[in-house]
Design a protein around this ligand. Structure first.
Ligand SMILES: *[C@@H]1O[C@H](CO)[C@@H](O)[C@H](O)[C@H]1NC(C)=O
Length: 243
């Protein structure tokens, strides 16, 4: 609407000018009118191209960073022990997960488990930084440990696993893992963009496998909790203790 009004005003102005010039020299007048309208047209097109480019680039950025990525849902039933007797129980404990893959990062959402214990959590595996972060949603606390690539499947394999899980129920076994909090991390920015964003504003601690720690281990007075999850073809029960 604005454009039309603008054009008609200009047209009237140009018309008035033309009438005056026309009487003197019709040829120059027509050339003048032709050139100026071509210039205006090009400028308008250029402006529109700029606006369009801006919209497209802006839209792409908004899409890239602000729309939710595709989440893949998967569930595994598991037996507490490898050598559980053959008799089928009425139900097996089950872990549900949703995974999202972006860049070189797998973000796993674990809701409160049904028929099993364990805290709801986010687990982020950053293959670029080679770190894993557990955000315990009950404690609102982050726990960081080096990424264990012999347990965590790379992003593409993890997606393939979730594709497989969608096509039917999956029965597997449980593996225990024992981790101990070592030190507090004050600056989460040093942990890379994704973990930095996940753990921003939360208490954050570094962890180690218990088997790697030498010295006195006062197990009795410890404050421990468990997160049960999978990022391979078995379920891991991660016990985290604040020493
Ligand atoms: C990775 O996990 C496996 C199984 O829990 C364990 O045996 C191994 O020591 C871990 N590797 C590292 C580097 O922590």
């Amino acid at each position: 609407m604005v454009k039309i009004a603008f054009n008609s005003a200009l047209a009237q102005k140009a018309l008035g000018k033309d009438v005056l010039v026309n009487e003197k020299d019709p040829e120059t007048a027509s050339v003048y009118r032709h050139e100026s309208s071509t210039g205006r047209c090009l400028l308008t097109l250029l402006g529109l191209a700029f606006i369009l480019t801006g919209l497209i680039v802006g839209g792409a950025c908004v899409y890239r960073y602000f729309t939710p990525k595709k989440l893949y849902h998967g569930a595994m039933h598991f037996t507490e022990m490898d050598n559980e007797d053959i008799r089928e129980p009425y139900y097996l404990p089950r872990i549900d997960e949703e995974v999202e893959i972006r860049d070189n990062v797998a973000i796993i959402n674990i809701p409160s488990p049904h028929f099993s214990n364990g805290d709801p959590a986010y687990i982020l595996h950053d293959f670029q930084q080679k770190l894993t972060a557990y955000l315990d949603l009950t404690l609102h606390t982050c726990f960081i440990i080096p990424l264990n690539t012999s347990v965590v499947m790379p992003p593409q394999d993890l997606l393939d696993l979730f594709m497989q899980l969608m096509s039917g129920s999956y029965k597997t076994y449980l593996v225990h893992e024992d981790l101990v909090v070592t030190e507090r991390i004050d600056d989460v920015d040093e942990l890379g963009f994704y973990i930095g964003r996940l753990c921003d504003g939360k208490e954050t601690y570094r962890m180690q496998r218990r088997s790697e720690i030498s010295g006195i281990q006062k197990r009795s007075a410890e404050d421990c909790f468990t997160i049960r999850h999978f990022e391979n073809k078995f379920v891991t029960s991660t016990k985290i203790c604040k020493a």
